[in-house]
Design a protein around this ligand. Structure first.
Ligand SMILES: [Zn+2]
Ligand SMILES: [Zn+2]
Length: 338
């Protein structure tokens, strides 16, 4: 295991456990240093016991570098990583397990191209390691400048990158997509010809979340009735204990989702868990389909699906109504027919 791989793995474990604070910052800082230092220098410093002279390398990080270098010969996993792996396992409830086992892919996640922390390849390889058959790459659309949304040129470049990665990673598949902003008037933040080219489109409200109820209802209905939109992302925009849910008429919005065949996302991020249970029940009553997504911005966050599965289980969502329990070709047949 290379030292870089060891620290990336450590970050993965800390991310999946929602770790914050000192340990995460220490590992992140050390990862930067390890990335910037030639491995030969790390090796000679490990022998000379001078690793701690490097910026951001303390006792624990120095030991992890040493163990990773030693593991290159033995193939063993550094003990620090074994310990971290055990400490950070994401619990799966009995109720959530059948949902988790049924999921074949993840339809909402970000890469470094927008505001994610990992490369497309790292996200794809991690998802494959978790047993997924596919992911849908959904970086942000151009207007979300704070999240480095992709303009036409960058999206086209990303599509070329994805095509090349798909050749390397086959049979695993990266489906193309975007998390497109729903603009104030309900139109979408991407030109039609590009929307047409993408495999799966998630549409989300990220701006003017406090809009008046009727206007927000019209805005969302307009978006979900677009033939380009496949999934309505985190419908209320709430951030638990931080930002209240947007106000809209759920009967109109979910009736439109059902009528136009747009799936309602069950967002697995613990600060979102969106829709809340009472709205999930309304969507269920209207006959909507669902997509349980991680909305991951780092590889470790791809392991957050059990949280969304628990929401689906509590709401008694029938597994056959969850679009990402389908094989990639069936998912594409569904989005293509819409
Ligand atoms: Zn979003
Ligand atoms: Zn997102």
């Amino acid at each position: 295991m290379t030292p870089v791989a060891a620290f990336e793995r450590a970050m993965h474990y800390l991310d999946r456990a929602h770790a914050d604070g000192f340990r995460k910052r220490a590992i992140a800082g050390a990862l930067e240093t390890v990335r910037a230092t030639p491995v030969d220098e790390l090796r000679s410093r490990a022998e000379a016991r001078t690793l701690k002279e490097l910026p951001g390398i303390g006792d624990a990080s120095a030991r992890l570098i040493q163990e990773a270098l030693a593991a290159e010969a033995t193939g063993e996993t550094p003990s620090y990583l074994l310990k971290l792996e055990g400490e950070t396992e994401v619990p799966v409830t009995d109720a959530a397990r059948p949902y988790l086992e049924a999921l074949r892919g993840d339809c909402h996640l970000h890469s470094r191209w927008s505001d994610g922390g990992a490369t497309i390849e790292a996200m794809a390889r991690t998802a494959a390691g978790l047993g997924h058959e596919y992911i849908v790459l959904t970086d942000h659309s151009p207007r979300l400048t704070v999240a480095h949304g992709l303009n036409r040129e960058r999206l086209e470049a990303q599509l070329r990158d994805v095509a090349q990665l798909n050749d390397e990673l086959s049979p695993f598949r990266i489906l193309t997509g975007m998390e497109v902003d729903i603009l104030e008037d309900g139109t979408l933040d991407l030109d039609d010809d590009l929307l047409e080219r993408l495999d799966v489109v998630v549409a989300s409200v990220h701006s003017k979340l406090r809009m008046e109820r009727t206007a927000m209802t019209h805005r969302m209905v307009a978006a979900v009735s677009s033939p380009h939109v496949d999934i309505l992302g985190h419908c209320t925009g709430r951030l638990i204990d931080k930002r209240p849910a947007s106000s809209f008429d759920p009967d109109y919005v979910f009736a439109a989702c059902a009528a136009y065949g747009t799936a309602v996302e069950i967002n697995s991020r613990v600060e979102r868990l969106d829709p809340p249970p009472e709205l999930l029940a309304v969507a269920l009553d209207h006959g909507c389909e669902f997509s349980i997504d991680s909305d991951a911005h780092a590889t470790g966050q791809l392991e957050w699906l059990p949280h969304g599965c628990a929401v689906a289980a509590a709401g008694e969502v029938p597994v056959e109504r969850i679009v990402n329990t389908r094989a990639a070709d069936d998912l594409l047949a569904w989005t293509g027919a819409r």
